[in-house]
Design a protein around this ligand. Structure first.
Ligand code: M6R
Length: 617
């Protein structure tokens, strides 16, 4: 979703801003723009383009791009189509003030009418332009400075925002603020330069000293002066500096043609990182510090409620089965977007598990805040360190799989499932609801998962060949049972996200209650049919598809001769325990979706209409 970069200091701003926008491309966007303050002529030079950051670079080519202060933005259209007029930065009526904004100003229509009545005109359809005009209106009518004008304007704005504002009258000063949309400020050399961004990735190569703004805070970044943070009431707030070290190699493709493929292949290594220090097979223990620190609350929980969206919701469905099975604690799994408006029955004694890769998903954040206000304890399973969700939880476990750039989530899913398995095991062990033999068996097998994933990855070429045969299909059905049912949902989501092929996931036994009507010779059906107690029943479901001439691609356990003889294609995964099967069965589905999308010539890492970090509801 939208991305922001800002800089004020002694360096040339333009290269920093453009490089930063490239780093944020993974979030998904459809236009881009930048504004630079040129000291030479006291001008604000603004460049915008619909399309990609490279289009913006072309638009700026040959023009004055000098200046040591500037702001830049990638826009994911919400109010108004993705054209140049709607692209940020937006400029106030006098041309003095420029602003970039992530989020949505919900009362923009009312504010716009009020401003129109005062003589303001608007060049775009955006909610953002309303904010920049409002700031100008306040600055002029109240004869105040830009910092005060921003602060007062924000007291009138309802909604989510992360903004950076620049005023021609006060060169060197960038004003940044946030409410329900992330904003990080990097403090550079000698504390005299500032890098501002919507996440740490554009900043990490310049500094590891970062301040994450909280909701309702305004940061005043003046070249050569210490950072000042205020709240909307104009009181000073302590700027808490955190050391954030991002591995920059993780932000590059590392020789792969796409981030998604790199991230699929990253999985053996990053899952080792996720397990490191937590799974201690030699001591036959799994230790999660959150479980150690909050043992009593967790063991005495009335129930767990998972809140999440998309892929993270699928991981939650697997977590439910594992926690209920191992710990006999009831678990509900809710779409965060539904939970937040459902007036849910939740309160003290409930533990809400928030799962999120980005840690910035607006619906998940709102669900957490609601549950917290009602007295529940919040346990986060998050990837992005220091993200809003991570900071709003009471405790939790990072998945530690490194930055995920491809819009289609892959390694974050397996990381989330791995943490959920460790959580279920750690709780069950404390609760003594699992036998020592089973506990140790799962631990030992979990330690082997990274190398078993390596074996699945070896089939990349085979899956690529298969994919070329499926690229022209219009519909797919994905079926699985038990822990492999959420994997079916995830496989279908991966395919539709990046290949734009309609795909549905179902519990295999549900097929006969409706979806079977769709089955004919043109309908590929992907079965996840690894060895577990329901294997024979899944094989019967395959027979039902075969009887209707459906084409079957089956994910099976290595050495499965029965299914091999029955169906069109099989992909084998190594034998493992049923509770760990999703960590292996999802891998071929990720690879399949990837190669089908590539065969169709689509933009795998940035599929149309999608954003990596969904910071609006
Ligand atoms: O960052 P989050 O895990 O909170 O994101 C939730 C969903 O937006 C995300 O999983 C989405 O469904 C992915 N594009 C799936 O590949």
């Amino acid at each position: 979703m939208c991305g922001i970069v800002g800089y004020t200091g002694c360096r040339e701003a333009y290269p920093i801003l453009i490089k930063g926008l490239h780093r944020l491309e993974y979030r998904g966007y459809d236009s881009a723009g930048t504004a630079l303050f040129s000291e030479n002529y006291g001008n604000l030079n603004i460049f915008k383009a619909s399309g990609k950051v490279s289009d913006l670079e072309k638009a700026a080519e040959g023009h004055d791009r000098s200046g040591s202060m500037g702001i830049a933005h990638t826009r994911w259209a919400t109010h108004g189509s993705p054209n140049v007029a709607n692209a940020h930065p937006h400029v106030s009526q006098s041309g003095d003030i420029t602003l970039v904004h992530n989020g949505i100003i919900e009362n923009y229509a009312v504010l716009r009418d009020q401003l129109k009545a005062k003589g303001f005109t608007f060049k775009s359809q955006t909610d953002t332009e309303v904010l920049v005009q409002l700031i100008e209106f306040i600055r002029t009518t109240q004869e105040t400075d830009i910092v005060n004008a921003v602060r007062l304007a924000l007291t009138k704005a309802i909604g989510a925002y992360a903004i950076v504002v620049m005023d021609k009258r006060t060169p060197d000063v960038l004003v940044a603020a946030r409410n329900a949309s992330p904003m990080v400020i990097g403090i550079g050399e000698n504390d005299s330069e500032f890098f501002i961004a919507s996440d740490a990735s554009p900043i990490a190569e310049y500094t590891n000293r970062m301040v994450y703004l909280n909701d309702g805070e305004v940061a005043v970044c003046v070249k050569g002066s210490p950072l000042k943070v205020l709240n909307l009431e104009n009181d000073s707030v302590e700027a808490k500096v955190k050391k954030v070290n991002l591995d920059l190699n993780m932000l590059d493709k590392g020789g792969f043609p796409h981030f998604m493929l790199k991230e699929i292949f990253d999985q053996p290594n990053v899952l080792k990182d996720c397990l490191r220090g937590r799974l201690l097979p030699e001591h036959q223990r799994v230790i999660l510090s959150a479980v150690t620190e909050h043992r009593e609350e967790l063991l005495n929980a009335k129930r767990f409620i998972v809140v999440s969206c998309g892929t993270s919701w699928h991981a939650g469905l697997i977590g439910k089965q594992l926690i209920e099975d191992f710990c006999q604690i009831p678990v509900e799994v809710a779409y965060a977007s539904e939970f937040r408006y459902a007036n849910p029955v939740v309160g003290p004694g409930d533990i809400v598990i928030a799962i999120s890769q980005s840690g910035e998903t607006a619906d998940t954040l709102a669900a957490i805040n609601l549950a917290k206000a009602k007295g529940a304890m919040i346990f986060g399973i998050v990837n992005a360190v220091g993200s809003s969700i991570a900071r709003h939880t009471d405790t939790g476990t990072y998945i530690h799989v490194g930055p995920e750039i491809g819009v289609a989530s892959t390694k974050a899913f397996t990381g989330q499932v791995t943490v959920l398995i460790m959580l279920a095991l750690a709780l069950a062990h404390e609760k003594k609801s699992i036998s020592t033999a089973s506990y140790q068996e799962v631990l030992a097998e979990l330690a082997l998962i990274p190398e078993k994933i390596e074996k699945v990855l070896e089939q990349n070429d085979k899956i690529k060949t298969l994919a070329s045969r499926y690229a022209e299909c219009r519909n797919f059905l994905y079926l699985g049972r038990g822990v492999n049912y959420p994997v079916a949902l995830e496989g279908a989501l991966k395919l539709k996200e990046i290949s734009y092929i309609h795909a549905e996931g179902y519990p295999a036994a549900e097929m006969k209650h409706g979806p079977i009507a769709l089955v004919d010779e043109d309908m590929p059906v992907v079965f996840i049919a690894t060895h577990h107690q329901l294997y024979e029943k899944v094989v019967s479901n395959m027979q039902e598809v075969i009887a209707r001439k459906g084409k079957i691609l089956a994910i099976v356990t290595e050495g499965d001769e029965l299914v091999k003889k029955m169906v069109d294609e099989v992909i084998e995964v190594p034998q493992t325990l049923n509770c760990l099967a999703p960590l292996l069965t999802v891998i071929p589905l990720q690879i399949l979706a990837y190669h089908i999308a590539v065969a169709k010539g689509l933009n795998v890492d940035m599929p149309r209409n999608l954003a990596k970090s969904v910071t609006v509801e």
